[in-house]
Design a protein around this ligand. Structure first.
Ligand SMILES: [Zn+2]
Length: 409
C-alpha cells in the first residue's frame, strides 16, 4: 500500500492579483535557488555544532534498575490549561500588507515548483535519500542568462503559471501560519526548517551505547550543522484533536512513536495525523522494559508492532524507540530483524510546563531530538497544545527550526 500523501499546504485557490502573484512566484523561486546554492542558511547556522555530552544521569537508561529514568512517566500536579482561542476564525483572511516579516521563510518543499500538485513526489524523494526535492536544473530554469525570467514562449508561459500557482500556495500557507501564531499564542512565527539535506547524514551509534555489525545505530541527536531540532511524541494514550489542529495550522513536523496497547482504541486518530504530515514510528506493543525480556519476547514486542502499524497506518516504521530508553543487545538484534534502521533516543524532554535538559545547560544543539508524550490534562500540568507551545517558543527563541526527523534519518 502506498503511504498517504503529506498534507497539502494550501488546498484552495487564491484570488490574488496576477502581477503580484507572478512577482511572488519569481521571489519564491529565487528563495528556492538561494537554498539550493546555500545562500539561505538557517538563522545562526554558524554557531558551534558540537554539543556537550548528555550526562548519564539524564541520559536514557541502558539497563534500568527499578523503573524508568527520571522524567519518563513522571506525573505532575494539575493546573488549569490555557485553552486555545479563536479556532473558528483561524482560516480567516489576513491582509497580506499587514504581514510581519517572516524569519527563515522558505518554500515548504521545493518540488512543487516543478509539479505544484504533487507534494508526494518531494516526500518520496526525501524518503529515498535521493538527490532531494531541490532539482539542480532549477538553477538555470526558468531563468534566462541575464537572470530575468524568460517569457514569451508557450513553455515559458506555462512555467510562469506554475510559479504563480506555487507562489499563491506559499502565500496562503504563510498567511494561515501567521494567523495560527496568534491563535496558539506561540509568540513569534516558528522558524522554517531549511530544505532537507540532499543526502541523509551517516549515522553512527553514539559513544556509551551498544553497537555491532548489522545492528541499528542508537542515537540521541542527528549529526547535522543545520539549526534544526526534532520533536518526537511517545505512547499514544491522549488523542487530543487540538494537537492535530495546532500542528496543522502552525505547519510543524513531528514523529509519533506509538505503543499499541494505548493507541489501538483509535488508530484513526493517527492515520489522520499521518495524512496531515506527521510520521508514525514504533514504540512496542506493551511498553515493557526490553532488557527484562528474552530475545524472542522482545522480537514479539517490536516486530508485532511493526506489522500492526504497517497495517493500520499504511507504511512500515523505520525507527524503534525502546520504552524508557531501556535496551540491550537483544533489543537491537530483534529490531534489525524486522526492518528497523535506527533507534533514536533523546537529548531533552518536554512537558506541558517545563523542559528537562539532558545536558543540563538549558540549550538546544543542532540535531537534538526532543522527547515528549501524548498526555492529557490529568496527567501533566497542562494540555498537548501547552506542551507544543513551550517547545516551539523554546526552539524559536534559541534560533532553531523544528524539522522532520525522517528527512534526516
Ligand atoms: Zn513510552
Amino acid at each position: 500500500m502506498s503511504p498517504p500523501a503529506p498534507r497539502d499546504v494550501t488546498g484552495r485557490a487564491s484570488t490574488g492579483r496576477p502581477h503580484r502573484r507572478f512577482l511572488l512566484g519569481g521571489m519564491a523561486l529565487l528563495t528556492l535557488a538561494g537554498i539550493v546554492v546555500g545562500v539561505v542558511e538557517p538563522r545562526g547556522a554558524s554557531e558551534p555544532a558540537v554539543a556537550p555530552p548528555v550526562p548519564p544521569a539524564l541520559a536514557p537508561a541502558l539497563a534500568p534498575a527499578g523503573g524508568p529514568p527520571a522524567g519518563a512517566g513522571a506525573g505532575a500536579a494539575m493546573l488549569p490549561a490555557a485553552a486555545p482561542q479563536g479556532l473558528a476564525d483561524a482560516a480567516a483572511p489576513v491582509d497580506a500588507g499587514s504581514l510581519p516579516e517572516l524569519p527563515g521563510v522558505a518554500p515548504p518543499v521545493a518540488a512543487p515548483v516543478l509539479a505544484p500538485a504533487a507534494d508526494e513526489s518531494a516526500d518520496e524523494s526525501a524518503e529515498e535519500g535521493a538527490a532531494g526535492p531541490q532539482a539542480p536544473a532549477l538553477l538555470g530554469w526558468p531563468f534566462s542568462a541575464s537572470g530575468t525570467l524568460a517569457l514569451g514562449a508557450p513553455q515559458a508561459r506555462t512555467v510562469a503559471g506554475l510559479v504563480s500557482a506555487y507562489a499563491e500556495r506559499v502565500e496562503l500557507a504563510e498567511r494561515t501560519r501567521v494567523k495560527a501564531v496568534k491563535t496558539w499564542k506561540v509568540g513569534k512565527p516558528p522558524l522554517r526548517a531549511p530544505a532537507p539535506p540532499r543526502e541523509k547524514p551517516k549515522l553512527k551509534t553514539e559513544p556509551g551505547h551498544i553497537s555491532g555489525k548489522g545492528l541499528p545505530p542508537v542515537i540521541t541527536q542527528v549529526p547535522t550543522k543545520d539549526k534544526v531540532v526534532f520533536l518526537t511524541i511517545d505512547d499514544g494514550a491522549e488523542k487530543d484533536p487540538e494537537l492535530l489542529r495546532m500542528m496543522r495550522e502552525l505547519d510543524i513536523p513531528y514523529s509519533s512513536f506509538l505503543t499499541d496497547y494505548v493507541s489501538r482504541d483509535d488508530y484513526g486518530y493517527f492515520r489522520t495525523m499521518r495524512e496531515e504530515g506527521a510520521r508514525i514510528q514504533n514504540h512496542s506493543v506493551n511498553h515493557k522494559e526490553m532488557p527484562r525480556l528474552s530475545l524472542a519476547e522482545q522480537r514479539k514486542e517490536i516486530c508485532t508492532q511493526q506489522d500492526v502499524l504497517e497495517k493500520e497506518i499504511g507504511e512500515r516504521p523505520t525507527m524503534f524507540r525502546p520504552p524508557y530508553g531501556a535496551y540491550n543487545r537483544d533489543t537491537l538484534k530483534a529490531a534489525a530483524e524486522c526492518d528497523v534502521d535506527v533507534v533514536p533516543l533523546w537529548t531533552a524532554e518536554a512537558f506541558a510546563d517545563r523542559m528537562e535538559w539532558g545536558r543540563g545547560d538549558g540549550k538546544l544543539y543542532p540535531g537534538d531530538i526532543i522527547l515528549t508524550h501524548f498526555r492529557g490534562k490529568g496527567q501533566w500540568a497542562g494540555s498537548m497544545p501547552d506542551m507544543v507551545r513551550l517547545v516551539v517558543k523554546t526552539a524559536t527563541e534559541q534560533g532553531f527550526a523544528i524539522a522532520r526527523l525522517e528527512d534526516y534519518v
